[in-house]
Design a binder for this molecule. Sequence first.
Ligand code: PEP
Ligand code: MG
Length: 566
Amino acid sequence: MVTSPQASATENLSTLTQDQSAALHGTPASRGIAFGRISFLKRQVAPAQKQIITDIAAEQERFEKARTQAIAQLGQLYDASLEKLGEQNAVVFQIHQMMLDDPDYVQQINSLIADESCNAEYAVDQVAARFAQIFENMDNDYMRGRAADVHDVSRRVIQILLQQKGISSPHQIKKYGNEPLILATDDLAPSETVQLDKEQVVGILTSAGSARSHTVIFARTMGIPAVISMGDPLNESLEGHLAIVDGASGTAYIDPGEELQRTYQERKRTEDALRARLEQFRGKETRTLSGRKIHLYANIGSADDIELVKAADAEGVGLFRSEYIYLYAKDYPDEESQFKIYREAAQALDGRKLIIRTMDIGADKTADYFMLKHEENPAMGMRAVRICLTHPEIFRTQLRALLRASAFGNIAIMFPMITSTDEVKGCLQVLQQAKEELRQEGIPFNENMETGIMIETPAAALISDELAPLVDFFSIGTNDLTQFTLAVDRQNAEVGRFLNPFHHAVIRLIKMTVENAHAHGIWVGVCGELAADEGFTHELISLGVDEISVAPSSVLMLRARISTLP
Ligand code: PEP
Ligand code: MG
């Protein structure tokens, strides 16, 4: 299992609760620890009040000028952010430019000015609210996060319009000498976040905000600890108070006592030193000293983790454990709901690879509605492709959803718990049928979607030469491969010390798998926990592994490690 960084940080906190300070809780948004004085952002934006105008054409012209000016400002912001945040993040300002060019948006504003003989500021404000509402009502988290972008971009136009009338609307942050500041506000727009002075603002707290907003992504990229959705307890009575922000646990300690400050200072020193070392590897390719490229991906259990993947600077997702979708559902998730989850994940990855493993239900991961019988040895029982091939209708639903989503991003799929060529052929046959159905229904999908299998049973490793011609890639699941090779139950703590992934038998199977993959011209990765063991990276790379997929929190650490290997 992948443990999320948030979970482990929250556990650690239980030791710190004796302090007298008040602890406010919110949603963890950007990891890290910050010390500073709380300063509320005063926007002083004059409200876009309705006024009746007489010259409609002139008002539309005013709007047009402001729109053009806003587009130019966004271009400058894009250039400035390129260096700070990198192309993949700065692109949001190009998206903002596109929003301002959206014919529907522009036309609705012009119509409102004409229909209600109203001022341009008011029309922009109204239409922005309409568009934001549409985004907020979408059932796709990613799109919901775009509501903040509509507000941001519209606020820019309104400010320009007001400036034309001589009404300026400066942002003010109260300073406390040279003390570092914790910026507090209801919500922070992407353009506000990117313009923060990192020397001065060391942490962010917001009472509202979405974990999917660009604000959060930027805060992560800029390395500013942030907690969002703190609700009413974050109010202006806290102005000027000292605070510690713990971005990983989503906590802000107000007026922390000395002991708490010491504990956090110690933690911050350790984290800062490590982060500074690892940050040098952000945005870089993962290569060995000799220049060999290794694909470094991340493992996730839910589409929500995609933001972690991006913040971790992984090249993509090497293992999306899709069974969690089934575990969280009360009944078999239908094609449409699965399609939306996969599509959302693929879109959020912006073209980066997303390898989705078909469900590995069974063993330790069961859902009541599957009505699996009690088994003495569920890890070796009815699980994964065994269920899928026994109940092809369940499998077909997932495959159709995956195929449909493949039209929206760089999706690959892989089948878990393979032991024979017949199983692979069986899976491919259902996949083929699903493709044929979609073709007949005229529903688009990626005809060239890569298909792979997990090598996580000794049988699969031993016949990897027979399996390789059937697929595009292998991903070695060392967790199960170790359990089955050594006959040690990975769930049984009592035999935990016998579960040795470094056992020569396991290593030989990995070696054999890599050799057979390469002999047949396919790539091979490792996605079990062993892949995150820094002490073993050299061996894995020497064995010839092409891809490594680990928890997001391990990505930069491994990139750093790989860069030191021959
Ligand atoms: C594995 O077995 O190594 C693996 C990656 O899959 P899981 O841990 O989900 O069984
Ligand atoms: Mg497994």
